[in-house]
Design a protein around this ligand. Structure first.
Ligand SMILES: [Mg+2]
Length: 157
């Protein structure tokens, strides 16, 4: 299970993991769209998926049955640090990270590929500036994995 990418002008990338922020990235107002759940489960056949959350809205607990992902609940004040540390522990050069919040900026910067999601909750400017790609909608992220030519065309030098 992996996605090997040869992007002109960049180092070759072998992605094996995706780390996703939950609130505002995967969900809107704490709700996961059925289309997003379906795409996520499809991508779980290509990458190991991790969902990272402080679970402000109590959403993660309800999601276990719906999604083929490992849910990592983080606590404490410095969520930015914990998210970045988790990505490091997985091996940042094999990770594609996805987030919308200011506390996602560091993991987006560290990862082989960082994607900032605007969504309906908006995206922190710092997260956007730390990302390689900005998308409108979370479903765009999963479709990029399923159709990697999109990723390559966006990132080629
Ligand atoms: Mg968020």
């Amino acid at each position: 299970m992996a996605l090997y990418l040869e992007i002109p002008g960049r180092e070759k990338i072998n992605l094996s993991k995706m780390v996703l922020d939950l609130n505002g990235t995967l969900t809107t107002d704490g709700k996961l769209q059925p289309s997003t759940a379906a795409l996520l489960n499809e991508v779980s056949g290509i990458l190991t998926l991790y969902i990272m959350t402080a679970d402000t809205l109590g959403t993660a607990a309800r999601m276990h049955k719906e999604v083929k992902a490992i849910i990592k609940t983080i606590s404490g004040d410095n969520t930015s640090f914990h998210k970045a540390e988790f990505v490091r522990s997985l091996g940042a050069d094999e990770v594609i990270a996805v987030g919308n919040g200011d506390n996602d900026a560091e993991m987006l910067r560290l990862s082989a590929i960082g994607i900032a999601v605007l969504g309906q909750e908006g995206c922190s400017a710092r997260a956007m500036l730390s990302a390689d790609i900005v998308v409108n909608d979370i479903n765009d992220v999963f479709n990029m994995i399923l159709k990697p030519q999109r990723l390559i065309a966006t990132l080629r030098k």
